[in-house]
Design a protein. Structure first.
Length: 76
């Protein structure tokens, strides 16, 4: 799982437990998270490419994740 490419320009922050999760990438861009906590390729669902499915389940950080997208801060 940890060899997934990540997009660090945006992160999903859980308002419940404060966990931050950079979205995985697909087809060169960040995947989008839907209401069912499923990351989907920005192109939409399609046949697996680059050896990976176009939908990836979010790994729950807590019992009731409330995710919000945020721009990640560049460290200065
Ligand atoms: Zn959480
Ligand atoms: Zn894709």
């Amino acid at each position: 799982m940890d060899n997934l490419k990540r997009d660090f320009t945006t992160v999903y922050v859980c308002n419940n437990c404060k966990a931050t999760t950079p979205p995985p990438t697909h087809c060169g861009k960040a995947m989008e998270l839907d209401d069912n906590l499923l990351f989907t390729c920005w192109k939409g669902q399609h046949a697996p490419c680059c050896g990976r499915e176009s939908q990836i389940k979010y790994e729950n950080c807590c019992e009731n994740p409330k995710l919000e997208i945020q721009l990640s801060q560049m460290l200065s």
